[in-house]
Design a protein around this ligand. Sequence first.
Ligand code: SF4
Length: 462
Amino acid sequence: MSEIYNKFKHDSAIKAADKEHRSRIGYNIDQYNRAVVVGKQQFANLELAKQRAAYIKHKAINDLEKHLSDFETNFQHNGGKVIWATDARQAVTEIEKILQNIRPAYVVKSKSMISEELELNESLTKLGIEPIETDLGEYIVQQADEKPYHIVTPAMHKSKEDVAELFHRKFQLKPHSTPAEIAAFVREKLRDRFYNAKVGITGANFLLADTGSVCLTENEGNSMMSMAFPDVHIVVAGIERILPSIQHLELFWPLLSTFGTGQKVTVYNSIVSGPRQEDEIDGPREMIVILLDNGRSKVLAAKHQRRALSCIKCGACLNVCPVYKTIGGHTYNAPYTGPIGAVIMPWMRNFKDYMHLSYASTLCGACTEVCPVNINLHELLLYNRNADVEQKNYGFGESALMFGLRHVLGKRKWMDTPDYSLKNKAMSVLFSKSWGKTRKLPEFSERNFKQLWEERIEGKTR
Ligand code: SF4
């Protein structure tokens, strides 16, 4: 078993027993759930909206090459530059090349979940360039020296008391500062950094093929400042972020805001179509979009799992997932977590190293039910398991066990012959380790199904 799997097992056992973590996540998700009910009211027919969004994204992903090529042509026509990166290493190298010419002391970052995929902060720090996260949640986790916990709310695992304590320790703010005081402090601290930044790096919520534009949606305005103040704006965007037309935003923006945070519409929505033009007074002098593959082509090539590329990263499937709520975001040890992470991470990274995530599911289907673009997540987890078997990623022990079970379970005589205590003993020997110490193994009842059936239907007694 891989080290990543062993760490997952170890960390999930600890987190699952952490009642404080569970109540904190439960509280924050309750707040989200209440908001979502209100946000959904803006849709006259939510199911129809979801179906339309699913159809548009599905078609866009099927025609990905054409739409990306249109985006490139149109964005270049607007004065921007496009770089294609096959993997994280190539994307980081390209960013480093740009930065080497400018030699900034720091870069301001926003909407930079994708940069977690590149481990960009670590690379920038090695170059002596300070990465400054400007989204409040990202800023909090950066100060705590942690990774984002959730794809939409990176500091969801922290209570306001945790954050106050962190800012007291790091910046000597008064103990028990309120969220408003902390936000004001961060705003003040970052404003100067924005004014003097030479480079801003952001992600993208959507890429528009027909206008060659990048869409950013946010609540704090830090993305706008990260791209408007610096001379150079670098966008790192996954190739699946494409939407064929600007017209589609009228559907996707409300869906993203409702399912992401429960808002009818996010506070700031920007469409950026290239660098500053001659008659414009602000905006970057240079704008570069890095189109990142980094394993997405592998997801695209997988017959069923390609549906997952329709994801708009709203985070709703994480919020309903009983596994995510129990083991928490950090345990996944991956940039994308929860059900969507469990589906795509094995393809985006080493299949064997991340395959265990597809088994860490109750298959309850809550993720599929909630998804605004109707991705059949729980079924895709089953397809991943199937791919795992087809790749023969199992050892001799499991293979022998399955061989034995196939023979025993396939014959009624074999099923019925041993008495229940022997069956329970076999269960305990074969499965108690994988079942875990904290759960009680299910037990065979004294009378088997055949005996119960005979009693009920045929009136036989023991
Ligand atoms: S899979 Fe669906 S619910 Fe989950 S983050 Fe993506 S769009 Fe949202």
